[in-house]
Design a protein around this ligand. Sequence first.
Ligand code: EPZ
Length: 422
Amino acid sequence: MDQLMIEGPNFLSGRVQVSGSKNAALPILAATLMGQGTQKILNVPNLGDIRTILNLLTHLGASVKKEDSALLVCADSVSEHDVPYELVKTMRASILVLGPLLARFGKAKVSLPGGCAIGERPINLHLMGLQKLGAQIEISEGYIYAQASKLTGTKICFDDITVNGTQNIMMAATLAKGVTLLENAAKEPEVVDLAHFLNKMGANISGAGTDTMIIEGVETLGQATHEIIPDRIEAGTLVLAVAATGGNVRVEHCAPQHLGFVLDKLMACGVHIEQDERSIWVKSNKVLEKINMETKPYPGFPTDLQAQMMAFLTQTQGTSRIVENIFEKRFNHVAELGRMGAQITIDGRCAMVEGGKKLSGAPVMATDLRASASLVIAGLVAHGRTEISRVYHLDRGYEQLEEKLKNLGARIYRVSNRECKG
Ligand code: EPZ
């Protein structure tokens, strides 16, 4: 297993370009199962979870080709409707093919995704929505068996805001008979990007980005060309790395409007931030103040930046409070940050982060995707060498992160070491 080695502290400067959004590309690639003809998808990031879903599409019988910087996906020859545990266990977002398979082919057998390091991750809201659309759902021996001769539009209200649940039901409803009203829908930019793609294929979705969506079912979906939005979590991770280490960096090819709440919080700490339509200029070279924050559904502070924010807050003055409202076990990075000298105490969903701490390099272990990004930021700040093991977690969700940081002056490199322990 690979390790990342970081010699700190670092000062980051220069320009960096953000890749396409992993969490927009995953549902959009799942949606290609519903279109007739070839879908042309641009700005798809080259990272672990994308390779996993492309393997899944190929397993189902779709053809996947690269043409220059575009991905061409054609589902006309899809003949398989069974998504095995071996594929789902590596990426629980595979559940996103459930709605498309059911809508296009009337049946699907998908392994239950199970939980992960950050929480139980139930899918009851996905299944509730599909049942309301008329699907028969059975769960047996770890699999979801779903079938529906024809899905029928209806009113669906989500008890909790669920991003992938909203996306699964949106996709299923596009080919249902009649109109579906989705209430308490997720408003994330990745939901809006999916709606844009589906509408280009011929769907009739309105209200995406608000908590109420109307989806008028259509008979078939055709082909479309679509460019994936920039990854707001990668952009936020890079901005937080600069804020934490001190530096002067222009983050380009991003969508600052998707990070409004995060940038406001950083400016409240004293980080200098300027933005235009496609880039964020971050300058951090003075004493920074603590803040209190809590994670919320969009447009609130994203849970996917909580771990990275925590690493940054170890460098501000005073004690900050972080409340994680979305996932019940998303503090796995705290113990590892503690090994580097951070002073963080946890009480349930609340973490108190002592600021002004000089971090020291140490061997640490990545436990999940965003926790590993947090350890990278801490390693960039820490004095001495940090060795991060199990970086396969990081590789699932970031495209060439260490190259991007190296180009900003970071002393970071990868050791592909078969004998790596941990
Ligand atoms: C998406 O996961 C993202 N993943 C996650 O990013 C992100 O953290 C999460 O949204 C929240 O923004 C992808 O898009 C692939 P949820 P999702 O359903 O959709 C509860 C990353 O790091 N819930 O919005 O699975 C659930 O337990 C990943 O890139 C139910 O109770 O998250 C959680 O408490 C991590 N029943 C809350 O809702 C359900 O049926 C929000 O989860 C579904 C969810």
